[in-house]
Structure formats: C-alpha cells, structure tokens
Design a protein around this ligand. Structure first.
Ligand SMILES: [Zn+2]
Ligand SMILES: [Zn+2]
Length: 271
C-alpha cells in the first residue's frame, strides 16, 4: 500500500489528547506516513469537554516544532477541528484567521436540544433513532452553511449508542436515504471532503464513521473528495485503522484520498 496521509490527528494542544506534535512526527516517519493533518479542538459549546481550550499561539509553536522534526520527509498540515461551526463560526473567526490553517474540519459533537451525542447520557430518555435522525438533520444544516474543508466522523453517535448498550447495527442509508443523499450532495456541491474516520474500529462498535454504505453512496453520486483520519488522541491508538480505512475506500470505488494544504485539496493515490 502507498504511504497515506492521516488527516485527523490530535496533539497535546487539546485537553483530551496527550502526545506532542513533534513526537507524532517521529511516529509518522516510523509508520511511513506521507503526511499528518494535525487538528486542535476549537469548541465554543460550554457543554464540550474541550470548551474554550484553544490557544492559537501555543498550537503554532507546536506545529513549527513538528515541521522541524519532519525534516521535509513528511507533509505537516495545520488544521482545526471546529465543533458545531454552523452555530459558532462567527465567534471562531474572531479568535482565529482561517487563512492561517491548511484545513478546517467541521464536527458535530452535540445536537440541538439533545446535547452531546458521543457519550451515553443523551440516549437514556429518548428514542435513539429519533436522536440519530436529528443528528443528520443538523449535519445537513452544518454542511450547508459552514466554511469547512472536511466533514468529520459522520455517525459518531454510534460511540454513544454502544456506550449506552443500545443497538447501532442499523443502516441509515436505508432508514433515511433522502436525508443522507441531501448531505452528500451538499458536500459535492461545496467541495467539502467526506472523512472516513477509523476511530470506531478501535471501539466497541468496530465500525467506521461513516459506515461503508454511506461511502459507497457518496461515490455513486459522484463524490471524489475523501480523507482518512484516525482521530488519534493518545497511546496506544496512534494512526489506528488507517490501512483498513484505505482498503475500504478502494472497495468503495475511490482510487485517491486527499490531504489539504492552504485549504486546497491535494490527491494521493491509494493503490
Ligand atoms: Zn470530533
Ligand atoms: Zn477529533
């Protein structure tokens, strides 16, 4: 398999992750990665564990040190993972200048009137499928208006469902085909990449976000922009599932995945 770029790697610049960027570069070189897209959480939702934790200056320093450590052997990309950008983008843009970043990833961690969907709490007193349906409705709103390059971890609610002991083996492509199609079409129209996030492979649910059926549908509709992301936060899961993710992309008909530099997509071959 050709060297891959992992476009979703957290560093010790976020409170829920603990590996410094320079150290991840060493690991990336050991693992023959082509590039690392670093992300720092930028969350302005007070419910979020990472609320208000972002510091642009220290993150910059981390990335500079990572670039030095790479010695030009590996592409270092500076990204942000913005939580609910459709709600907070204006405030986020007062804090940071998006043109200073290689890419902006949009993440839905919390659903309106429901709350955080990645833990088990939200699922205790509502029909879980109703929550999932609202998650997709809000994902559509997010991708329609947000200034983002990548849609992160579509289907992250499976983590919460698994933690709550609920079923997660449904196929939303069958349950709400029109809603999912609408999201995928907006991604294509707006040149937003669909991320294949492999972190679910290391959790109880043992499945990617999104599920392969959504990837396949994206390809059918003419989608080409896809990224691979491990959502690395700490040991022992650094870059977990990337080659499995690349194999899934190939199976779904994608021959290339993308990295982002200066907010422009750059293709790399998967096989
Ligand atoms: Zn996230
Ligand atoms: Zn993340």
């Amino acid at each position: 398999m050709k060297p891959l770029s992992d476009m979703h790697v957290h560093t010790s610049d976020s409170p829920d992750a603990d590996i410094p960027a320079w150290s991840l570069i060493q690991k990336g070189r050991e693992n023959n990665l082509r590039g690392i897209g670093f992300v720092a959480h930028l969350d302005l939702n007070p419910e979020d564990f990472c609320y208000n934790s972002f510091n642009a200056d220290t993150y910059d320093e981390s990335i500079i040190r990572a670039r030095n450590e790479s010695e030009g052997q590996l592409l270092v990309m500076k990204g942000l993972e913005v939580g609910e950008p459709h709600k907070y983008e204006e405030q986020v843009k007062n804090l940071v200048n998006y043109s200073d970043y290689d890419f902006i990833t949009g993440a839905l961690h919390s659903v309106e009137n429901i709350g955080m969907i990645l833990g088990k709490e939200a699922y205790s007193d509502r029909d879980p499928l109703e929550i999932v349906e609202e998650y997709y409705t809000e994902t559509l709103r997010m991708v329609e208006i947000s200034d983002i390059d990548i849609l992160a971890h579509t289907g992250l609610f499976r983590r919460g469902l698994a933690l709550a002991g609920l079923r997660y083996d449904f196929n939303e492509m069958q349950l709400w085909p029109e809603a999912i199609d609408s999201i995928l079409k907006v991604l294509i129209e707006r040149d937003i990449a669909l991320e294949l996030n492999t972190s679910g492979l290391r959790r109880a649910e043992k499945i990617t976000y999104p599920i392969p059926a959504i990837l396949e549908r994206f390809r059918e509709l003419g989608g080409t922009l896809v990224t691979l992301g491990s959502d690395t936060h700490r040991e022992p899961h650094v870059f977990f599932g990337l080659s499995r993710g690349a194999a899934l992309l190939l199976q779904s008909g994608f021959k290339e995945a993308y990295a982002f530099v200066d907010r422009e997509p750059m293709a790399f071959g998967l096989a």
